[in-house]
Design a protein around this ligand. Structure first.
Ligand code: CO
Length: 193
């Protein structure tokens, strides 16, 4: 644990050296423009991969970036982001090589998480006509990662919070993106609504 605190002190000092008022400013206002919904995977840190500092992105992460209609945690994050912080963009970002998506493709049992991964098995079922045409396992895996993002974008759009915000004409867009852990590039899936 030593490295955690040492790194933190170094980081805080470096931030202040560069911008002495950085923390003072952030204490006074929390006004991120973006809500990021992504995977918990340690290789996909929201702020870092889009090069934004603390204060710029409100973040919700869970295994395989799944938005479940009854998940009070995710729904609360979305409501707070849209109604209180008034974010203008919700980014649902998946990533290629997602362990959660991979696990959902197989039959191995992992325990509690199998219940969570059922949601991705559902994505497979919804898109079985597309997926069954893909012979190559890697290509299937990549496509399922993308389709999972697409479904989660749709789930975000169907939350009462987002529906009401859209109805009220609020400035809000929901985007689907996918991050490539092989080269660090974030791709827009062009399913923005
Ligand atoms: Co993942």
């Amino acid at each position: 644990m030593k490295e955690i605190f040492e790194n933190n002190k170094k980081w805080a000092k470096a931030v202040i050296d560069e911008d002495p008022n950085f923390f003072k400013r952030l204490v006074l206002q929390h006004a991120p423009k973006y809500l990021w919904i992504g995977c918990s995977d340690s290789r996909v840190p929201a702020n870092q991969i889009v090069g934004l500092p603390p204060g710029d992105i409100f973040v919700h992460r869970n295994i395989a970036n799944v938005i479940v209609h009854t998940d009070l945690n995710a729904l609360s994050v979305i409501e707070y982001a849209v109604e209180v912080l008034e974010v203008e963009h919700i980014i649902v970002s998946g990533h290629y090589g997602c362990g959660g998506v991979k696990a959902a493709m197989g039959t191995k049992e992992y325990g509690l998480i199998d219940n969570w991964l059922r949601h991705i098995k559902d994505v497979q079922r919804f898109h079985k006509d597309t997926l069954c045409k893909i012979q190559d396992e890697e290509a299937y895996f990549d496509r399922l990662c993308e389709l999972n993002v697409q479904e989660q974008v749709s789930n975000v759009l169907n939350t009462t919070t987002v529906k009401n915000a859209m109805k009220a004409g609020k400035k809000l867009a929901v985007h689907g993106m996918i991050y490539n852990i092989n080269d660090g590039i974030l791709k827009d899936l062009k399913i923005t609504e």
